[in-house]
Write a protein that binds this ligand. Structure first.
Ligand code: FES
Length: 250
């Protein structure tokens, strides 16, 4: 007989219930099955009303993040066998409102992402070079920001961040890491625009360097490091803006 493992899954309809409850489901414990496969088994065979997000099933889209046995993880990359003999407790990502069951409201994150302009801001006075009007870049220049470009917007770092948990005005780890990704890109001219967004009280200075964001990242990005680098840049810029006018007066 096939081995099985128990999933304890959070169920919640906020418009009808005052708090979440847990439902237990027995699913096959197969070596190649991730937690997401267990949830898909529940949805397909046991209870079609269960709600959760997923798409790529290969750690790329960032949509399947949930809290599994207390830790924020991508459920397509967390294997059931790692939690054997179980039970496996599956809850929505922390620090976000729940829409239903395991589905969280991500509007706040999307808004914050937009604030840091996570795209290449062109310098109108320095048009692209090269035969076809391309922005050319060396492998060394690419290496400068490469790790930050691995972010998949899964929001695990927000779920792990105690600062964001206490104060949701904090712009948060992934948005700052992505701001750094573009600031460090040799083709970008948006540093000053992003600095204006991130040097305020809800920007980089909100971070107390707990480092949980970096530990939680499934793609090896270091948002905590990005934030500290940003603090150094912000402090340097502020010092320059104070000192330069005085130097000009002399
Ligand atoms: Fe896409 Fe897990 S389903 S990252």
């Amino acid at each position: 007989m096939e081995e099985r493992i128990t999933l304890q899954v959070a169920r919640y309809r906020p418009e009808q219930e005052s708090k979440p409850t847990f439902e237990e489901y027995e699913v096959p414990l197969r070596e190649e099955w991730a937690v997401l496969d267990g949830l898909n088994y529940v949805k397909d065979r046991l209870d079609g009303t269960l709600s959760y997000r997923w798409s790529c099933r290969m750690g790329i889209c960032g949509s399947c993040g949930m809290t599994v046995n207390g830790e924020p993880v991508l459920t397509c990359a967390a294997f059931l066998s790692d939690f054997a003999p179980g039970p496996v407790r599956v809850e929505p990502l922390r620090n976000f409102p729940v829409i239903r069951d395991l589905v969280i409201e991500m509007t706040d994150f999307v808004h914050k992402l937009g604030r840091v302009k996570p795209w290449i801001v062109a310098d109108d006075e320095a048009p692209p070079e090269g035969a076809h009007g391309e922005y050319l870049q060396t492998p060394e220049e690419l290496e400068e920001y490469h790790q930050y470009s691995m972010c998949i917007n899964c929001m695990l770092c927000y779920s792990a961040c105690p600062v964001y948990g206490l104060d949701q005005s904090f712009v948060g780890p992934a948005a700052i890491a992505l701001a750094q990704r573009y600031n460090m890109d040799s083709r970008d001219a948006g540093n000053a625009l992003r600095m204006a967004e991130l040097s305020g009280h809800d920007g980089v200075w909100g971070c107390t360097f707990v480092g949980e964001c970096t530990s939680a990242c499934p793609k090896g990005v270091d948002p905590a490091g990005a934030i500290q680098r940003y603090k150094v840049t912000a402090a340097t810029e502020a010092a320059k803006s104070l000192l330069l006018p005085r130097a000009a007066e002399k």
